[in-house]
Design a binder for this molecule. Sequence first.
Ligand code: GLU
Length: 318
Amino acid sequence: MRRLTLVVLLFASACSAGPAPSEIVPGNAPAPQPAAASTVTAAPSSSVGPAPSCDATASLRPGALPAAGQMPAGSTMERILKRGRLIAGVDQNSYLMGFRNSFTGEIEGFDVDVARQIAKAIFGDEKKVQFKIVTSAERIPMLKSGQVDVVVRTMTITCERLKDVDFSQVYYQAGQRVLVRRSSGITGVDSLKDKRVCVASGSTSLGNVVNRAKTTVSVPNWTDCLVMLQQGQTDAISTDDTILAGLAAQDPYTEVVGARFTEEPYGVGVPKGQDDLVRFVNGVLEQMRADGTWSGIYGRWLNTLGPAPAPPAGRYRD
Ligand code: GLU
């Protein structure tokens, strides 16, 4: 009889609903934020003071492309060929540009297709590429330490960054805009003065917006910003129109507002001192422009931004 009582009691407690959510999280407890979220009060020290000036988007002129599988002896491309794969730093969190397809597990997107074209030019096989996932803030350290051969990750060419890494010619011209919840009343960057904005650490977007919003929070990934927007922890996300188009496609309760207020020319990042690889990548980009590959990749990923523009023309300082 006593045993039966015990069993009944145990059963009853296992089935009870447990404490109501309000007993676990007091009403005034701050909602959890993404890991490594931090409040930014000023532009990073690197962007304080006059921006260094240079002709940032003039790259190195390409020569004729060597045949795939036959890279010049002693070149950076030959070293990559001998290794058997290109190592490319890409994003896995920016739908349309660099993201993990949750059905196939594959990394896909506009930037990923550009990286595959570089692999194809070296090996004759676009699959000979290993993707390393890098956040905005990890791009330059990964290039400087040589952990990646190239970075193809919505990376704006700036004079500041050219102190640490080299860039190909421009392969895409983006611009910064603002993403908000639908019907928020926010109409663009000029309505952010009394609003909270979210950006990725290590992005140019941060420096472009920090002085134009009431508060700025920085997080590792753009999708962290989307979660903060969905949870009401930020009023807006501000970055390149390419990335915002992907976030808006993932959440139909959001919309992109206002005009572009910056120019963000994307280049393929290359470690300093590898001029042969910069020229080679520029040759690949020239070829992609000429044979329609660039427009095909645009059509595959970025039609939501409008019909394919003419690909950016190469500019060279020789
Ligand atoms: N294009 C900007 C940058 O290079 C923002 C994009 C990003 O952080 O991924 O910083």
